[in-house]
Design a protein around this ligand. Structure first.
Ligand code: CDP
Length: 793
């Protein structure tokens, strides 16, 4: 059932309900400018930290002279890598089993790498003193092209690693190579295409930063930091520093967007901690836009070859891909240990095929570390782009309509749960109605007719179709962990005597509206209106352990935890109600917010009455403790697999090659919908992301390793001017294993929209014989494609 209600907590019978459109509880403070972000936190005596970054991409450090900086007014300390090395703190583990320099000791390995830091009385004094630090570099040949990284004789970037003689990072494969080769050998049609998913940056509005406050008296460290995973970060700090978790409190207050950028642990956080310990004062580090773009977790940077085999009448038989992944100077991403390429394994998409195989090689280059999953569940964006582009290439080869080709090859509803050829088990899906709804909303047949007429007049109009299946909600304990930490989430619910409640989560919102939707989940289960339920998150001292928010995992994992903890409280409430109504538990029925005696609806007690009894005087049934609260840890049994059908209409100006996205139709299926208004907001944002990646965004480097996308003047992100009015729709296919049937949705649109847009542009360029052009499809690139010179980034 889908509840569609605006701003009401009661249905027609005046019973409280949870799901439905509800304005966001957090918005009154945000729209009044009263949010509390890391940079808003000020402590008495607080000092400021600034980081000196390498101007070059690859160089040996010969010497660092800090004496002038130390004497600069207001400066309290200047720290170099050598000083950190004396304490064993110059290197730190990454969330992908690599190590990363906190401050460079031997070499700098990318432009913007952390070399030294200054702590001063104010941020201006700290920044001014950076210019007084004298570093002597012996500049080395940089490697900026992933293809070159593997060439014999290429400079070895990671010579810090024992015995390392090349730039190889990891190899990974999935699927059955021989079986796939056999299917390819007997296929009527084989199409292959080289594709580049360029390096892009999540570019959250709030940059990264931290405020560290070490209290030497009780030995406790409090750290306000821009993190999407406060508990995981705390455990990592505890492991590195050898101090127990309860002596570290990580607080992530309001976060101004994360999109994967705030998953890694950055050197700046560690520097702030060290600085607070050294100076005995609270120390704040807040990076600027330039630092965020050049040094923090980038995304994508995959060079892919996709191959697809089919019968002449359009039955897809097999998909094969070879990927070269550029991970920058340190493998600074976060990925489940067994999946170094994340969930790229879903590259077979939404199609029922006979065989699949993927081989991947990852390399180090002299570029900022990362490979973070920018608004996607561990590399699904790249996988969806690959499959949705090559399916279009196949449609082109076969002369088939791309929507019809997809409809012909979808996994059918009766095949779910569906085990893919790479071993993933898609939980549920009903693809055809979703696709048909998108086509109906778009007026697909009419659009094709319009395109024919325009082509006859020499106008360039394109229609792009993409269909995606995501794998979100990492993840099942049996097969995934990050650095040995299981990907589960805790949840605690306390109902106060007055019937108001507090739910404590291990996940952390960065703008997704958790304060609203998690209150709605609990409300739906326990019948307390969402306005009476407070959501606490982002503070390790006040929330149960769990792995945090990224990869659209909050609703699939933590949302399940919230529903189950509420059911646990409801079970206890039922026993207390049976005592209050003097009937057996079996004689009670739940009526959203109250228990009533079966067959005697006049006799009932509300959840608020029960809460008062649980805490108050008066007898409780035998063996029942007072209070009304519960705690659980939820281990998902599988990921959830949302899907969606996207159709994009573009017009290209033949004189300037400028692409205009005229219409975009997005039909999403995320199972049970908690708050449709929030879902639409998530989808709108993700679609804008997609327009950015498809048409504008790229972090490029020159041959010396200088980052060419170091400001928002150079790294273009979309604004309201570049995006159309989105047309959204939905279907509902609940997840069978999720307690409320919900699947994640936060990243669906970022994942699904780039191929729809690129497919539309390529479709518009059909009169020029273009089969593929790489993102970002800027006017110059489209112009080149029109002239037969499509070039990779
Ligand atoms: O992990 P993250 O919060 O980024 O992603 P998500 O779990 O997909 O949720 C994004 C937002 O959409 C949250 O506020 C969810 O509760 C909401 N949502 C929803 O209302 N219904 C769903 N089926 C899925 C998400």
């Amino acid at each position: 059932t889908v509840h569609e209600r605006v701003d009401t907590f009661h249905d027609n019978d005046q019973k409280p309900v949870g799901y439905g459109r509800m304005l966001r509880k957090e918005d009154p403070r945000f729209v009044r400018g009263r949010g509390r972000f890391v940079d808003d936190v000020r402590l008495p005596g607080m000092l400021h930290l600034a980081i000196l970054r390498s101007p070059v991409a690859h160089a040996r450090i010969l010497s660092i002279d800090t004496s002038t900086a130390e004497a600069s007014p207001g400066v309290k300390a200047v720290v170099t890598g050598a000083m950190l090395a004396e304490q064993g703190l110059a290197w730190m583990p990454t969330l992908s089993n690599d190590v990363q320099a906190v401050l460079a000791t031997d070499k700098v390995r990318f432009q913007g790498q952390e070399v030294a830091f200054v702590v001063a009385e104010d941020k201006y004094a700290a920044r001014d003193a950076l210019e007084l630090i004298d570093v002597e570099y012996d500049v080395l040949d940089p490697v900026v092209d992933a293809r070159r990284a593997l060439e014999p004789g290429a400079p070895v970037i990671r010579d810090d690693l024992d015995g390392k003689t090349d730039n190889h990072c990891f190899d990974w494969e999935t699927g059955d190579e021989a079986a796939t080769a056999a299917v390819f050998a007997r296929a009527d049609v084989v199409v292959s295409q080289d594709l580049v998913y360029p390096r892009v940056h999540p570019a959250p509005m709030e940059t990264c930063g931290a405020l560290a406050d070490f209290d030497a008296v009780d030995g406790k460290l409090r750290l306000w930091s821009t993190t999407q995973a406060p508990h995981a970060h705390r455990t990592l700090y505890a492991l590195v520093a050898g101090i127990p978790e309860h002596k570290i409190q990580v607080i992530s207050p309001d976060i101004g967007g994360g999109f994967g950028n705030k998953v890694p642990i950055y050197p700046g956080y560690v520097c702030a901690i060290v600085a607070s310990i050294v100076t005995g004062k609270p120390v704040k580090w807040m990076e600027d836009r330039f630092e965020n773009l050049i040094s923090t977790g980038f995304a994508r940077d995959y060079i892919m070859r996709g191959e697809i085999a089919a019968t002449r009448d359009g039955r897809i038989l097999a998909i094969r891909t070879n990927v070269l992944a550029d991970h920058g100077a340190f493998n600074g991403t976060a990925a489940p240990v067994k999946y170094p390429a994340g969930f790229f394994g879903v590259f077979t998409g939404s199609y029922d095929i006979e065989a699949a195989y993927c081989k991947m090689t990852a390399v180090f280059t002299n570029k900022a570390p990362g490979g973070v999953a920018y608004a996607c569940s561990f590399r699904i964006t790249e996988a969806v782009y690959l499959v949705e582009r090559i399916v279009d290439c196949l449609a082109d080869e076969l002369g088939m309509d791309p929507a019809e080709l997809r409809l012909k090859n979808f996994i059918r509803p009766e095949q779910f749960p569906y085990t893919t050829k790479t071993g993933w088990v898609y939980d549920s899906g009903d693809y055809e109605p979703t696709m048909r709804l998108a086509m109906e909303m778009a007026g697909y047949a009419d659009l094709r007719r319009e395109q024919q007429e325009k082509r006859a007049r020499g106008e360039l109009m394109g229609i792009g179709v993409a269909f995606f299946t995501e794998a979100v909600g990492a993840g099942p304990r049996k097969n995934m962990d990050i650095l040995g930490l299981g990907m589960a989430d805790g949840c605690e619910l306390r109902v106060h005597p007055t019937g108001k409640a507090v739910v404590r989560l291990s996940v952390q919102s960065q703008g997704q509206g958790h304060e609203t939707t998690f209150a709605q989940i609990v409300a739906e289960e326990i019948g307390i209106p969402p306005d009476d339920i407070d959501v606490v998150h982002g503070d390790t001292d006040n929330t149960p352990f769990g792995l945090g928010t990224y990869g659209s995992r909050s609703t699939p994992v933590s949302g399940a935890a919230a529903a189950l903890v509420a059911r646990k409280v409801r079970d206890k409430a039922r026993i207390i109600a049976s005592g209050m109504l003097e009937v057996s538990v079996a004689d009670l029925e739940w009526d959203k917010g109250s228990f009533r005696v079966k067959g005697d609806p006049g006799r009932s007690v509300t959840i608020q009455d029960i809460a008062m009894r649980a805490h108050g005087a008066g007898d409780l049934p035998e063996g029942v403790e007072g209070g009304l609260e519960a705690q659980i840890c939820y281990n998902p049994s599988n990921l959830t697999y949302p899907h969606g059908a996207y159709i994009c209409v573009v017009d290209i100006d033949p004189g300037t090659a400028q692409v205009k996205v005229r219409r975009f139709i997005a039909v999403d299926d995320c199972g049970t919908r908690i708050n449709p208004m929030i879902i639409e907001g998530q989808v709108h944002g993700g679609l804008a992301d997609g327009v950015g990646m498809a048409l504008m965004e790229m972090i490029a480097f020159d041959e010396d390793g200088n980052c060419l996308g170091a400001s928002l003047m150079d790294y273009l992100i979309p604004t309201a001017l570049e995006v159309p009015d989105w047309e959204t729709g939905f279907t509902v296919t609940p997840s069978p294993h999720h307690p409320i049937g919900a699947k994640g949705v936060g990243e669906s649109a970022t994942v699904g929209s780039p191929p729809a847009i690129v497919n539309a542009v390529v479709d518009a360029l059909e009169p020029f014989g273009v089969r593929h052009a790489d993102m970002p499809l800027t006017p110059s690139r489209v112009w080149d494609a029109m002239r037969g010179n499509a070039r990779p980034p």
